[in-house]
Ligand binder design. Structure first.
Ligand code: PLP
Length: 417
């Protein structure tokens, strides 16, 4: 392998033209994409823990600030470790531009707030991660932005909502926690006809299973905290796009001046996480399907919601849109309601109770009383988050141990102690 010295100038444009990574398959991109070796020819990506950069002379500093020279000036703007993470994920999502953020919510908030003004209108799918729902239902309206929610799987509802012009559309598929599947290409067609940008939260599917930009989305947002890290270590996020004007004139100034920058340490952890992303995501999916099949029909379970099961209302769409895999998240609706949900969680011996997800460790939670507690009962009902619903983030343990643990906890949940 050639030893590379970092270029003195660094472009924000991650267009793969001329990048050898353009000819690589995704798993090669995950391991080597964006790699930029330093002067010591290190094997592993270098961690540049620095807030600032120095210049050989005063005029070089001037040229850096007026844009004549593209170089690192301050880590709130850019950092060489962050740039390797950004370029690697950009290659996986098929994006020319990528901006790392301190968390998934920083990515969502920046992607939305940077582009709307008072008087604008946003259309969003109703079933959302609770903090995304807060930004859309409470924060944006405070600044004079109208937000209309639609049931995301209902294309007629999107058609009606998008008959009125909107600035942008925001959706999550599969949704957290309901695992609703939304037809990205169909919504993008309708949104573009009315001039709206389409933002997709790709945290659950990851680019291994779903590439929203190729399906017509304009912007992808990520919680890198979840599967991209994959081992429950660091918070992080990313906004990705092919829209050069959105990146340069809207997103980048907002991020530079409001400052939700990712720590280079976290970026380095995420970079290493990406190396195993394909292996991990497919293993999560294999175990999730096995558990879903094993517990379907168990008397303690009213409904198993998993996009990989033929009974899921979005099954056919998920198989087409998500590379034939339902992902690593699974939802059980307990026949015995919330009491049974608590008995099930308390009966788990291997799987931990935690509101996090996308970890190597399997984690289970009761969304109605934890992650989605703040929604209130009416909104929870509207989002299909029933009191008996348990969310399972299937980890990387041996599938047989996971099936055994879930099954014994379901058996135990049948009887009131
Ligand atoms: C967790 C999550 C987020 C927020 O990400 P953080 O990194 O926790 O800020 C956004 N969207 C979805 C779908 C999530 O699951």
């Amino acid at each position: 392998m050639p030893v590379s010295v970092p270029p003195a100038n660094r472009s924000d444009d991650f267009s793969p033209d001329g990048d050898p990574a353009a000819g690589w398959h995704p798993r090669t991109r995950m391991v080597r994409g964006g790699l930029e070796r330093g002067p010591y020819s290190e094997t592993c990506e270098a961690l540049y823990l620095t807030s600032g950069y120095v210049y050989p002379d005063a005029d070089a500093a001037r040229r850096a600030f007026d844009g004549t020279d593209e170089r690192y000036v301050y880590s709130r703007f850019r950092n060489p470790t962050n740039a390797q993470f950004e370029r690697r994920l950009a290659l996986l999502e098929g994006a020319r531009f990528a901006r790392a953020t301190a968390s998934g919510m920083a990515a969502v908030t920046a992607a939305l707030m940077s582009q709307v003004s008072a008087g604008d209108r946003v259309v969003a799918s109703r079933n959302l991660f609770v903090s995304c729902h807060y930004v859309l239902s409470e924060l944006l309206p405070r600044f004079g932005v109208t937000v209309d929610f639609v049931p995301g799987a209902d294309l007629d509802a999107w058609r009606v909502a998008l008959a009125t012009p909107a600035t942008c559309v925001f959706l999550e598929t599969p949704s957290n926690p309901g695992l609703e599947i939304i037809d990205i290409a169909a919504v993008a067609d309708m949104a573009h006809a009315t001039g709206a940008r389409v933002l997709v939260d790709n945290a659950f599917a990851t680019p291994v299973l779903q590439r929203p930009l190729a399906l017509g989305a304009d912007v992808v947002v990520h919680s890198a905290t979840k599967y991209l890290d994959g081992q429950g270590r660091c918070l992080g996020g990313m906004v990705l796009t092919n829209d050069a004007a959105f990146d340069a004139d809207i997103l980048q100034p907002f991020l530079r001046h409001t400052g939700p920058a990712l720590s280079p340490f976290n970026a380095w952890v995420m970079l290493k996480g990406l190396e195993t992303l394909d292996l991990r995501v497919r293993a999560h999916g294999t175990s999730a399907l096995a558990i879903a099949q094993a517990v379907e029909g168990h008397p303690a379970v009213a409904v198993v919601r998993y996009p990989g099961l033929p009974g899921h209302p979005g099954h056919a769409l998920a198989m087409a849109q998500m590379d034939g895999c339902g992902g690593g998240m699974l939802v059980l609706e307990m026949a015995g309601g919330p009491g049974a949900a608590f008995r099930f969680l308390d009966g788990l011996r291997l799987i931990d109770i935690s509101n996090n997800l996308g970890d190597a460790k399997s984690l289970a939670c009761h969304p109605a009383t934890t992650t989605h507690q703040r929604l209130g009962e009416d909104e929870r009902r509207a989002q299909g988050i029933t009191p008996g619903l348990v969310r399972l983030s299937v980890g990387l343990e041996d599938t047989r141990d996971l099936v055994a643990d879930v099954t014994q906890a379901l058996d135990g949940a049948l009887s009131v102690p």
